[in-house]
Design a protein around this ligand. Structure first.
Ligand SMILES: NC(=O)C1=CN([C@@H]2O[C@H](COP(=O)(O)OP(=O)(O)OC[C@H]3O[C@@H](n4cnc5c(N)ncnc54)[C@H](O)[C@@H]3O)[C@@H](O)[C@H]2O)C=CC1
Ligand SMILES: O=C(CO)COP(=O)(O)O
Length: 323
């Protein structure tokens, strides 16, 4: 290894020993970084791990429901002021509607926070199949440091200056993936799936714009890229939720047997709060919400989407400039 490569090696602590935490730990370790994976079932307490490891990078792959709790535990610990926080969670906090990076940034206002998100089904990454992702931060140096930690011949990492957009792409697509699972579970065909995913992207952009994201980001890896991966793979837990609901299972039954976390279920509820507060039209999300609440059947949800008022494809289309 060259001297400059050795200088770039980091002490990395990964919080969360689920499917994604394990896959990311493996990616950082193959580059020679010193990696410690912590999970709440470990015998070593979090406080002891962070004191011992003197982490330069702390990455959280905790599911949404645990993020605030873990961030508060880390908050009281003595860390180097240069420590970079990376968040790989794809969810929204109920009631506050905060994204994970907003929780980490509020807990550590003087530290750089980087979002890592992209089309990254962990089982494929664990099998060492090629994939690409995005690391986004307002702090360019921090994003570049994290890019080096994870980049390899099997994992291509891009930087992006729009952390909100990157984080929301990974979060919002989970709800559309539930709808895509329903679409496939009902055998509605390729045309229906294409329409659903495309209109789903429109909803993601609308919400993203209202929350301060850049529209272009949704057409990149962390938006469209992750939407395509998750809506087309039975490896996605969110897709599985929709698929099994379409096959007559109850939400409770599906969740009881799901391997790991399907964040889209909680995200859908939070999105309904945001959309109602801000008057944003999100018809697909609304039908997913009603389905999850047991208020409609998959077939009725489909009919309600197909029979909405007819309208132009785009809001505010600049017709005179085009024709
Ligand atoms: N599995 C995947 O393919 C990918 C997952 N993600 C996201 O990463 C996050 C984690 O996903 P997975 O690892 O798949 O889920 P998982 O269900 O396999 O693991 C979740 C982890 O969070 C930990 N956790 C939950 N609450 C906690 C608390 N209060 N205190 C401490 N730890 C707590 C669990 O112990 C577990 O280690 C989710 O937000 C998911 O959307 C992102 C990209 C890919
Ligand atoms: O985010 C993911 C792929 O990028 C994982 O999707 P699921 O959480 O639906 O399994």
């Amino acid at each position: 290894m060259t001297n400059s490569k050795i200088q770039n090696l980091k002490s990395v602590v990964i919080l969360g020993g689920g499917a994604w935490g394990k896959a990311l730990a493996k990616l950082a370790a193959i580059n020679g970084n010193q990696v410690h994976l912590w999970s709440r079932s470990d015998c070593q307490p979090l406080e002891k791990v962070l004191e011992d490891k003197n982490a330069q990078v702390i990455l959280s792959a905790i599911s949404m429901k645990g993020v605030r709790d873990v961030a508060s535990r880390v908050q009281g610990l003595p860390l180097s002021p240069q420590t970079i926080f990376v968040t790989a969670t794809k969810g929204l906090e109920p009631h506050t509607t905060y994204t994970p990076s907003q929780i980490w940034q509020a807990a550590f206002p003087d530290h750089p926070v980087v979002v890592l998100s992209g089309p990254n089904l962990s089982q494929e990454i664990a099998q060492e199949l090629p994939a690409a992702t995005v690391v986004a931060s307002k702090n360019t140096n921090a994003a570049q440091t994290v890019q080096i930690v994870f980049s390899s011949s099997r994992f291509r990492v891009y930087t992006n200056p729009d952390p909100v957009g990157v984080e929301l792409g990974g979060t919002l697509k989970n709800v559309i993936a539930i709808a895509a699972g329903v679409c496939d579970g009902l055998h509605l065909g390729t045309n229906a799936k294409a329409a659903l995913v495309t209109r789903g992207l429109t909803e993601m952009v609308r919400i993203g714009q209202s929350l301060g994201a850049k529209t272009e980001t949704f057409y990149g890896l962390s938006g469209l890229g992750d939407l395509l991966a998750t809506c087309n793979s039975p490896l996605s837990r969110n897709y599985q939720v929709g698929y099994q609901l379409a096959n007559g299972k109850t939400l409770q039954g599906v969740m009881a047997n799901l391997p790991g976390t399907a964040e889209g279920v909680n995200t859908c509820r939070v999105l309904m709060e945001i959309a109602q507060q801000q008057g944003i039209a999100i018809p697909i999300t609304e039908q997913v919400y009603q389905l999850l609440e047991g208020e409609v059947t998959p077939r009725l949800a489909l009919d309600k989407l197909m029979l909405r008022d007819i309208k132009p494809e785009f809001d505010n289309f600049p017709t005179e400039q085009i024709w």
